[in-house]
Design a protein around this ligand. Structure first.
Ligand code: DLL
Length: 435
């Protein structure tokens, strides 16, 4: 079994990786300064010249880019090359609802697809595999990215896109899909639908899933692994840096290797912008080292995570990032307490509920309210009101211990929470509507 897609680079020594990064950053900063007026102005304001950047150690001297800059420079202001050299755009509304448009040259697409191919090989993918891609195709990067990666590995690629779950299952069974790529919430839904149709996990030929584009917990991983009978791997990325494949999990399943020959990662304090030492939790910042169309330097992702250079048993030498623990902008502050949706998901799955839930936040009489709607399975559902109330009180207690504040839990009949085929909408914050 081929364990790496590009072994020389994926297992290169740390010195070699640093050498590649240092060489690329000097060129990239010079190129951006000369070609991207918007960023040149930011550098001039900060008094930094391309000559000041001699290695990746000097990246900290450069100004940050944020989503606000992307909005201000929309659509062409951060282009790194003549538009005639670009062959594609991709776009996302992101998890916070602001549209981003990114540009790609053919070179950018090639390296993006290589990154996705590394992810597919890392989960055991070879030309023997049937890879079912049920991320959305189109402007969203999920479908096109994994599709390209699957071609590069030589898998038989099923370009399903998201939705039409009956057809997904029919193709999965008829063509014997061995790898599935989609959001974790859609994977959970497919698992649930398979069971409803009377299939057992061992009835399908799937061996691995590549899931990302939204936060998901270890509990969710176990739930999906059980319902589909597979190993579930995480993949991370964002439109601003290319799409999926910025980082990916290997067989260790303990964090995602960042493709460091293309992306330089930093962790900063989201309040002060100060670069934090390895092992600290903070906001992830990416500098793309060799993109041509949309070469963002020091882009603040808003994703909160930890980096680790601990030796990995898979043999890859690239730094690992933890699962994003939520975004600094989707952390909820409820009555002054910081609450991450992932904490709520952890409690629910530990208490034996399904990942079909929705969090509703509101403000009543100047005080924040937190309601959690949780769907019951047909087996859990009971007509007896007292049973349901007792379960609700128990779950509220478990939530209070985890979150430090008490929510109101509502247990709902089966099928009352809308299923997601792409990124799940877990939080409805009605406070924003009133403010
Ligand atoms: O979601 C790219 C992608 C597609 C990644 C398919 C993985 C698989 P955007 O739509 O631009 O791009 O959203 C990027 O999604 O900043 C994170 O907040 C979140 N995100 C992406 N992957 C993960 C993950 C794609 N594995 C934003 N875990 C990012 C948690 C993730 N959050």
């Amino acid at each position: 079994m081929a364990r790496y897609f590009q072994p020389e680079i994926e297992t290169a020594s740390r010195e070699k990786i640093l050498e590649i990064q240092n060489e690329k950053i000097v060129k990239q900063v010079k190129h951006v300064y000369e070609n991207v007026e918007y960023y040149r102005n930011l550098m001039d304001e900060k008094g930094v010249k391309p000559e000041d950047i001699k290695s990746v150690d000097d990246i900290k001297k450069l100004p940050f880019l944020t989503k606000a800059d992307l909005r201000e420079a929309y659509p062409y202001g951060l282009l790194g090359t003549d538009i005639k050299n670009c062959v594609r755009i991709q776009s996302t509304s992101g998890t916070t609802g602001k549209r981003v448009v990114a540009f790609y040259t053919q070179h950018d697409i090639d390296i993006w697809e290589e990154c996705c191919a590394r992810a597919i090989v890392a989960v055991g993918g070879t030309e023997e595999d049937v890879c079912q891609v049920c991320y959305g195709y189109g402007l969203f990067t999920g479908g096109p990215g994994l599709n390209g990666g699957s071609h590069k590995v030589g898998c038989l690629t099923l370009p399903m896109s998201s939705g039409n779950t009956d057809r997904q299952i029919q193709f999965m069974m008829d063509l014997g899909s061995t790898i599935i790529c989609c959001t974790p919430s859609y994977a959970a839904y497919i698992g649930e639908t398979l069971a409803e149709k009377g299939y057992k996990p061992e009835d399908n030929k799937l061996k691995a899933g590549i899931f990302g584009a939204e936060p998901w917990t270890e509990e969710m991983r176990r739930n999906i692994e059980k319902s589909l009978g597979i190993k579930a791997y995480d993949i991370y990325g964002l439109t601003e840096t290319s799409g999926p494949g910025v980082s990916f999990e290997c067989e260790e399943q303990t964090g995602m290797h960042i493709n460091e020959d293309h992306f330089y990662a930093e962790i900063i304090d989201p309040d002060t912008g100060e670069v934090l030492p390895e092992g600290s939790k903070g906001e992830l910042v990416f500098t793309s080292l060799d993109k041509e169309g949309f070469p963002l330097l020091r882009y603040r992702t808003r994703d909160i995570c930890v980096l680790s250079r601990e030796k990995c048993s898979c043999g890859r030498t690239h730094v690992k990032m933890s699962k994003p623990m939520g975004r600094s902008d989707d952390m909820l502050i409820i009555r002054g307490v910081n609450v991450f949706p992932s904490q709520i998901e952890t409690v629910l799955l530990n208490e034996g509920y399904t990942p079909n839930y929705q969090i509703v936040v509101d403000r009543v009489n100047n005080s924040d309210t937190l309601d959690i709607n949780v769907e019951l399975t047909p087996e859990q559902f009971s007509d007896k009101v007292s049973d349901t109330q007792e379960r609700e009180r128990k779950l509220e207690g478990a939530m209070r211990t985890m979150l430090g504040i008490g929510p109101k839990v509502h247990l709902l009949p089966p099928k009352s929470v809308v299923r997601s085929e792409g990124k799940a909408v877990r939080v409805i914050d009605n406070r924003k509507l009133h403010d």
